[in-house]
Design a protein around this ligand. Structure first.
Ligand code: F6R
Length: 260
């Protein structure tokens, strides 16, 4: 794992956006895995700015989102499809037909999950997967105790995840507690992974991910087994790491020969 500790939220967004742009310059027809939530919002803003400045194009890019609420139609303002369209896709030259989000309004979730897996394989797999991390160490909506080999499937959200996402919903609005999520095994097949984490509420999950044992109790700890995973975080999210000086030293050395 490459562990990158940056000053703040903005620096993490800048790094992540630059990393994605570098990937698209090398491979303009990349397939990206994307996340929703608060973590990538600034990063997406940076990508939009870069596109508007003619620094990057998404016209040949395909995307797959990690997850969607089960029971929300794609037009629902809290659906992850709506989030992606409004926060990113509508502002780029990407073809909406090349953007995929699990169908939360499906009447046959099991088929929808199997089809999603097939579609990813059919597009040649994910070249670069962007991840956020839950306070409990989840990636996608793979909550603690999820099989580390799991595939795209229906998952029940934990109480802490429902609470963490409550602020996106109006108090009188139905908040789903079921999701369709890519599995941990599916995520691990991405050729490259970039996880971003900011704020002290993520500090414990980050410590478990980087230094804890490999365990379904902290799903993100599986990234220890990925040969090309970057964990980019701000100082607040890094504050519980025991070997923080070592990671900073190693990354300083990395800068001599790694471009991004
Ligand atoms: C969202 C997703 C989740 C979030 C995680 C962190 O598509 O897959 O794993 O990345 O819940 O959410 P935020 O960024 O809102 O703290």
């Amino acid at each position: 794992m490459r562990i990158i500790i940056l000053k703040d939220n903005q620096a993490v967004a800048d790094f992540g956006a630059q990393h994605i742009q570098n990937k698209l310059r090398q491979q303009p027809s990349s397939t990206l895995g994307l996340a929703t939530g608060s973590s990538p919002i600034k990063l997406y803003e940076q990508l939009i700015t870069a596109y508007k400045n003619n620094e990057v194009s998404f016209k040949d890019v395909t995307t797959f989102n990690l997850d969607e609420y089960l029971g929300l139609a794609d037009v629902h303002p809290q659906s992850y499809r709506h989030f992606m369209n409004t926060q990113l896709f509508n502002h780029l030259d990407i073809k909406l037909t090349n953007t995929f989000v699990p169908d939360g309004s499906t009447t046959d979730p099991f088929k929808t999950c199997a089809d999603y897996e097939e579609l990813i394989v059919g597009k040649g797999g994910i070249d670069l997967q962007l991840l956020g991390i839950g306070k409990n160490g989840h990636i996608g909506f793979n909550e603690p105790s999820s099989s580390l080999a799991s595939r795209t499937r229906v998952k029940t959200l934990s109480k802490s995840t429902v609470e963490a996402n409550q602020h996106f919903f109006n108090p009188d609005e139905f908040q789903p507690y079921l999701s369709i999520t890519m599995g941990i095994g599916s995520i691990m097949e991405a050729k490259e992974i970039l996880l971003i984490a900011t704020g002290e509420t993520k500090a414990n999950a980050i410590q478990q991910t980087v230094e804890g044992p490999l365990s379904a109790h902290c799903p993100a700890s599986i990234l220890q087994m990925h040969s090309k995973a970057i964990i980019a975080m701000d100082e607040d999210a890094a504050q519980q790491l025991h070997d923080i000086d070592f990671y900073k030293y190693v990354e300083k050395e990395n800068q001599r020969y790694i471009k991004s």
